[in-house]
Design a protein around this ligand. Structure first.
Ligand code: AHR
Length: 329
């Protein structure tokens, strides 16, 4: 639903600290109106934060891809706060960047600032996460995973694994409240397990996509929920935090309590190979190359698909052992 918020005077907003990285004067000429002043395309990138291994890998990949594409990147870390991302976008507008890319912390509340970008003729690309806006003219394209499909893959695995069992109690560690991956992974999982009435989500709470959040919530679940068979964590980091809590409670993760996560970053894959996680649904952070290609096309006035879905797979323990040596992140 379109979220209505009051417009805020641009001049009254404090600018967030922005650090430029990547880029190079040898780059192919961009739109020519960029802040670099040397003809290179300038991209303002408003990142969510550094909450997880996935996010760190995504930031590194975006920075490296910008450099390789000859795009000057103005990078801002919102520390998981929407207000910081809005300030960063306004700062990019003031700096007259050629294109703005961002991964929204939460789904709602973006229309006002995106309208400001549109009025300034600065195209916006959504990367990784979607916004819940009725006006799709506010952005050019959305590049990222199908989070509902990821949740469904996690649920499908559990349905298969639970065949012949009479009761399977699941605790769910949700991502950041209001974030697209938290909403969609919850939905996809719920849709999949509806096929198996013996599987019940007996507790569900946010761990904010962080390892410490996952640990803290799992500690509380272990005290308050009488029987836990499975943890479904919306990302590896929360799953890894839950594993610490399970071990501290004298139980064996992967055996006494099964663990399903999403992401497949290195630490998660190691825990999967070690038998502490049972199944991981991949969510690829390597979006940088496609993002830079889309940015160049958008700036050149070429048409781009309104949705670009990332290709990804799933991993069992055996598959993780095989994949780990060549895993890039
Ligand atoms: O939006 C992608 C999600 O955000 C990742 O799954 C999670 O690890 C990150 O924090």
């Amino acid at each position: 639903m379109l979220k209505k918020i009051l417009p805020v005077a641009v001049g009254a907003v404090a600018l967030v600290a922005l650090s430029a990285c990547g880029g190079g004067s040898s780059a192919a000429p961009g739109a020519g109106g960029g802040a670099a002043g040397k003809g290179a395309i300038v991209m303002g990138f408003a990142q969510v934060g550094a909450e997880s291994g996935w996010r760190t890998a995504n930031t590194k990949n975006v920075q490296e891809s910008a450099k390789a594409a000859g795009i000057e990147l103005k990078f801002s870390d919102a520390q998981q706060k929407q207000e910081n991302q809005i300030k960063a976008i306004r700062s990019f507008i003031q700096q007259k960047v050629d294109v703005i890319a961002f991964s929204p912390v939460v789904e709602t509340g973006w229309d006002t600032v995106l309208l400001e970008a549109k009025r300034a003729n600065i195209p916006v690309i959504l990367t990784d996460r979607a916004v819940d806006s009725e006006d799709t003219s506010l952005y050019k394209t959305f590049l990222g995973s199908d989070f509902v499909a990821e949740g469904k893959k996690a649920g499908d695995w559990l349905v298969k694994d639970s065949q012949g069992k009479s009761e399977v109690n699941v605790v769910e560690l949700q991502g950041t409240t209001g974030a697209a991956p938290a909403i969609d992974r919850k939905k996809g999982f719920a849709d999949a397990i509806a096929a198996a009435p013996q599987i019940k989500v007996v507790a569900s709470q946010t761990g904010d996509f962080t390892r410490s959040g996952g640990k803290q919530v799992m500690e509380a679940f272990l005290k308050s929920v009488p029987k836990i068979d499975v943890v479904y964590a919306h990302n590896d980091d929360m799953g890894l935090g839950a594993i610490e809590a399970i071990e501290a409670a004298g139980k064996v993760p992967g055996k006494d309590i099964k663990v399903i996560t999403v992401d497949a970053v290195h630490d998660g894959m190691q825990a999967l190979a070690d038998g502490k996680i049972n199944y991981i649904v991949e969510c690829s952070p390597l979006l940088g190359g496609q993002l830079m290609d889309l940015a160049k096309k958008v700036i050149a006035g070429e048409s781009v698909p309104e949705r670009v879905v990332t290709e990804e797979t799933t991993f069992t323990q055996e598959q993780a052992k095989a994949a780990l040596p060549s895993r890039k992140y």
